[in-house]
Design a protein around this ligand. Structure first.
Ligand code: NAP
Length: 288
């Protein structure tokens, strides 16, 4: 669609932003759904966040994504924040609703959707979450909101902070906090295992695995790795070698983008396969 006098802008605010492939996804979605909209990336210095957000209002921008290091810093300048994003304490999507900036966290929603889309249920399940950083916070809050019955958080340095946060907002949920030394016995009672550490990520951590590869998992265990590069981490290879069902990090990434687009346009963007194919064609992801 050509740019004309009515073209609307959506954008990414981050620092840096050059590595992002959100422009591929959102400009594809805009074309696909015939929206007169373009998506650009802006590298914003941390001390320019307030003025940037005021600028978005003045320019009548549709909305934006927010990435590192601004996900927390934008929050004081928003007019409204979705309840779960508030509990998570981070915003990755902003909607400009007639001059009112509303913040959401679609990272967490993307993770939930990646499970639901594969036919898994979440309500009543026992989830073991490896890691307690930014992504783990978002995932833990959304899983709790979806009605899991038990959450075990495993982290190298045992942190009680995430467990306390979840317990405060979801008092009926059973929450345990353990060091990152998972045993076969512990896995027996777990339904869904989620890696939210960088162990397995391209680069210095690629050969690492957050659990011991000699562990024997129960047959019902669903294994999710939110790392998307590489698509098949050592953890997922281990899970597949035991014939377990797996959920890939790239799915969370795609669904968070679809969710942001839906917030800006009020359209139902049920086009996971098209976006997956787009990223494959652009050689951004390899085949699983
Ligand atoms: P983060 O805030 O730095 O948190 C990382 C967590 O992993 C922390 O709990 C940390 O423990 C633990 N950790 C760090 N290094 C470790 C190591 N070598 N061994 C064991 N544990 C380690 O990072 P994040 O933003 O949450 O991101 C985590 C991963 O998720 C990254 O690989 C990122 O690419 C991926 N991610 C994917 C998506 C997606 O859409 N698929 C979205 C967001 C993030 P300490 O507390 O002890 O430091």
């Amino acid at each position: 669609m050509e740019i004309n006098g009515k073209t609307k802008l959506a954008c990414l605010l981050g620092h840096p932003v050059g590595h992002s492939f959100s422009p591929y996804i959102h400009n594809f979605l805009a074309e696909h759904f015939e929206q007169n909209m373009k998506y650009l990336c802006f590298d914003i210095e941390p001390d320019q966040i307030q003025v940037t957000l005021e600028g978005l209002k003045a320019l009548h921008v549709l909305g934006c994504n927010v990435t590192i290091p601004h996900k927390i810093a934008v929050m004081p300048y928003l007019d409204e924040i979705d309840k779960n994003a508030q509990i998570i304490g981070a915003v990755n999507t902003i909607q400009n609703c007639q001059g009112k900036l509303i913040g959401y966290n679609t990272d967490a929603k993307g993770f939930i959707q990646s499970l639901l889309a594969k036919g898994h249920t979440i309500k009543g399940k026992h989830v073991m979450l490896l890691g307690a950083g930014g992504a783990a916070h978002a995932i833990a809050v959304e899983l709790a909101a979806q009605g899991i019955s038990e959450l075990t958080i495993c982290n190298p340095i045992q942190t009680e902070a995430l467990a306390a946060l979840i317990q405060e907002h979801f008092p009926t949920l059973k929450v345990h906090c353990k060091p990152l030394e998972v045993t076969t016995e512990q896995l027996e009672t777990v339904d869904i295992l989620v890696n939210a550490t960088p162990m397995g990520m391209l680069g210095e951590h690629q050969l690492e695995m957050p659990i011991d590869k000699s562990l024997v998992p129960p047959k019902h265990l669903v294994v999710c790795d939110i790392i998307y590069n590489p698509q098949q981490t050592h953890l997922l290879k281990w899970a597949l070698s035991h014939q377990l069902q797996v959920v890939y990090g790239i799915d969370m990434l795609i669904y968070q983008a679809l969710s942001s687009f839906e917030i800006w346009t009020s359209l139902k963007a049920d086009v996971y396969n098209d976006v997956y194919q787009l990223l494959k064609n652009k050689k951004i992801i390899e085949s699983a």
